[in-house]
Design a protein around this ligand. Structure first.
Ligand code: BGC
Length: 746
């Protein structure tokens, strides 16, 4: 491979090298379109670039025939016949849509995540996509930030496990494995800490936060073999991530040994000028390439077209440019693109239609749901519903029968007809014997500022004409009154979450709370079903609604899975990957805060609101009940560099088979820095039959106790007493202690 790369490199002009380092969007929009607006590119811009070897990669092509056509242009039309690398945002599926990433994280089940992304990879590779801009591994502690939906939530330990599982799922055993694609963890680094939760805003993070919270998921993704990393849009502590040599070279390549290629986020190289960082596009190109940024993702007029000029002026060396080209060519060779650049369109159709993919999506949706509340109605928990005792069900709310909103954001190439909404899922499951009636109740809420994603066909948010607000609300309430149970489906519409979808409030958008209150007032038992990607303000609901099930955006098979859950074919077993705030004013609220002054007043930090979250991190109920007992440590004292085993007996004390996520938290009592009151350091999702007990064991090693310390500006591992807690959420009470020592084991 090395020889091949060097041969190509020595035959390429500087212009061709710059071309290899350019990735163009290819929307297939060559003209202004009334529905979409002005074309982001000049007509023919991409095709012209292909013809002169001016593009090494394209993104946003998902039609296999189009992939082949464009590939042919690159292979046959350019001097060296170098194939294109096709990238795309395969975030939670391509054709078969899985639950959104935050939902997959809520499954606390790496095997489910790995399987899901393997299916996504298989579909993507079949249509000619070689590389995904996923997983997004940005830690998100501010739910105002819309992109919280794309990640794994607040915690670095869970985030690292989720990141590694997804990389394994996308890539398989090695880069270039058949039916797999390159994974590109993003956005390196710190993007989730955008000021005020405003998307793209600047990020100011302490080194301790960066090393202990925001970087571990990236390190895990790199350790799992990720072939690509995408840089973030924003400045990290003042220096734009896209030309941040410390991040890209010192941390990523030198410290972590990353050998893959780097891509910028969209237009982020040009935007180094907008940041007030680079003087002009030539300076931007020189400084990005000089910082080791291999590929520029560009909509139009790439800055990297100025690389020859930058080399000529000495602003960047030809060696630096060659190093970038080498890494891009290596990726293409590893994928075998020089040998087989094209895809089989017939086979692509068959792969996309594979029923096994739908089944995997259904199971993932079952496993990611989180039961937040399940109070007794007439002497028994409201859920699961007993079909034998149901005559009629009212399925209410604006999201109950909306296919797009069942899928959530970051879906483009879907088959909407096959998407199962909550209404459809329940109708199919309950059959003729139960009357299922539906009403939206309220009209779709609208964004104050439209989304960039509205431009994609079919994405325009609906605002039905002639919608009579009062009459529709009354109709929904009537249906509730006449039903044995009302399932009210509320949350956020597809494009109220995701990129460019931050919010200043966490309230249910539009008149949804009013609908919920009116339905509850009928006295009919209510199940609140949430379609969401961020925590919403549920303060009223937790006081008045007996059952709340969070199904996130559950994907193609969402409605089927919801029916499986509501009717008790499976028990919910997911757990929250973030602390659920009571209101937006509490943000950020995380389980791993430090004790600080007067820790006994921790819950009284505000005078007008509790400081504890509404639901703690790791929380989720089940149709079963789990006891955790007999926490034992095999060592009470050990040298700092050694490990111990913590074991606990978990019993399913309920009368249904179900899953529990057993979680282990750790606290270092004292040291050269004050450590968080608790930090997640282990978890296992286990399936237990009714009445079954099992011993669950965790290794607690030095890697779980190490942290970056601002006093010494390095990683430390300290001798101290430690508390351990094990249980079903971050408030677990079952506890034990051990001590690490500088000396020998005792
Ligand atoms: C997003 C990236 C995404 C890219 C390509 C950007 O706006 O920040 O996450 O991969 O677009 O669609």
């Amino acid at each position: 491979m090395r020889t091949r790369v060097e041969e190509l490199l020595s035959a390429m002009t500087l212009e061709e090298k710059a071309g290899q380092l350019t990735q163009y969007f290819s929307f297939g929009l060559h003209e202004d379109d009334a529905a979409v607006g002005p074309s982001p590119q000049r007509p023919g811009e991409v095709e012209d670039a292909l013809a002169r070897g001016g593009a090494g990669s394209l993104l946003f092509v998902t039609d296999p025939a189009e992939t082949n056509r464009l590939q042919r242009r690159a292979v046959e039309g350019s001097r060296h016949g170098i194939p294109l690398l096709f990238g795309f945002d395969v975030i939670h599926g391509l054709r078969t849509i899985f639950p959104v990433p935050i939902a997959m994280a809520a499954s606390w089940d790496p095997a489910t995540m790995e399987r899901g992304q393997a299916v996504a990879a298989r579909e993507a590779r079949a249509v000619g996509i070689h590389w995904t801009f996923a997983p997004m591994v940005d830690v998100a502690r501010d739910p105002r930030w819309g992109r919280i939906v794309e990640g794994a939530g607040e915690d670095p330990h869970l985030g690292a496990a989720v990141a590694a599982a997804q990389v394994r799922g996308f890539q398989g055993e090695r880069l270039g494995a058949p039916e797999r694609i390159i994974a590109g963890p993003k956005h390196f680094a710190g993007y989730g800490a955008a000021l005020g939760g405003r998307d793209y805003d600047e990020v100011d993070l302490s080194d301790a936060q960066l090393w202990n919270v925001y970087l571990p998921p990236f390190e895990a993704a790199v350790a799992a073999g990720a072939g690509n990393v995408m840089t973030a849009y924003m400045p990290l502590n003042g220096v734009p991530a896209t030309a941040n040599r410390w991040l890209l070279v010192e941390v990523l390549r030198e410290q972590w040994g990353f050998e893959g290629f780097l891509v910028s986020d969209a237009n982020a190289v040009r935007n180094l000028v907008t940041h007030g960082f680079a003087a002009d596009p030539t300076d931007a190109a020189a400084r990005a390439a000089g910082a080791g940024l291999d590929l520029e993702m560009a909509m139009t007029d790439p800055a990297y077209a100025h690389l020859p000029e930058a080399v000529a002026s000495g602003a960047v060396s030809v060696e630096a440019v060659d190093a970038c080209v080498r890494r891009v060519l290596e990726a293409k060779l590893r994928l075998g693109l020089f040998e087989s650049p094209y895809v089989d369109e017939e086979r692509a159709r068959a792969v996309l239609a594979d029923p096994a993919h739908r089944e995997a999506a259904r199971e993932a949706a079952q496993r990611s749901a989180v039961l937040l509340r399940n109070e007794a109605v007439a002497g028994a928990p409201l859920l699961p519903l007993d079909p034998a005792r149901l005559g009629s069900v009212a399925v209410l709310g604006p999201l109950a029968d909306s296919r797009r909103d069942t899928l959530g954001p970051w879906v483009f190439d879907v088959d909407l007809d096959e998407t199962v909404t909550v209404l459809q899922g329940l109708r199919t499951r309950l059959g003729e014997a139960v009357q299922v009636r539906c009403a939206p109740g309220v009209r779709p809420a609208q964004r104050l500022f439209p989304s960039i994603f509205d431009a994609f066909p079919g994405n325009t948010p609906p605002d039905p004409e002639g919608f009579d607000d009062e009459a529709e609300l009354a109709r929904a309430v009537d249906l509730a009154r006449e039903a044995d149970v009302a399932v009210v489906v509320l949350g956020e519409w597809q494009h109220m979450i995701g990129e460019a979808a931050s919010r200043s409030s966490l309230e249910l958008p539009g008149r949804q709370l009013e609908l919920l209150q009116a339905v509850v007032a009928t006295g009919t038992p209510v199940v609140l079903l949430l379609l969401n990607g961020r925590p919403l303000d549920l303060r009223w609901a937790v006081e008045h609604v007996p059952a709340i099930l969070d199904v996130w955006y559950p994907g193609t098979q969402g409605g089927t899975a919801v029916a499986d859950l509501l009717l008790g074919d499976v028990s919910p077993g997911g757990k929250l990957p973030f602390s659920w705030p009571r209101s937006v004013g509490q943000v950020p609220v995380v389980h791993s805060h430090t004790a600080s002054h007067e820790p006994e007043n921790q819950a009284k930090r505000y005078w007008d609101e509790a400081s504890t979250p509404l639901f703690p991190f790791g929380f989720g109920l089940s149709y079963a009940r789990f006891d955790h007992a007999d926490l034992t440590l095999d060592r009470q004292s050990l040298p700092v560099g050694e490990s111990l085993t913590a074991s606990v007996t978990v019993t399913n004390a309920g009368d249904r088979d179900a899953d529990e996520v057993v979680q282990l938290y750790l606290h270092q009592r004292h040291g050269t820095a004050a450590r968080p009151v608790r930090e997640l350091k282990g978890f296992q999702r286990v399936h237990l039959r009714a009445g079954e007990s099992r011993t669950v064991a965790f290794t607690v090693g030095p890697e779980h106790r190490r942290y970056w310390n601002a006093a010494v500006r390095d990683v430390v591992l300290e001798a101290s007493p430690f508390d351990v807690w094990v249980g079903g959420d971050s408030t677990a009470q079952l506890t034990a202690t051990f001590t690490t020592t500088d000396g020998q084991a005792s």
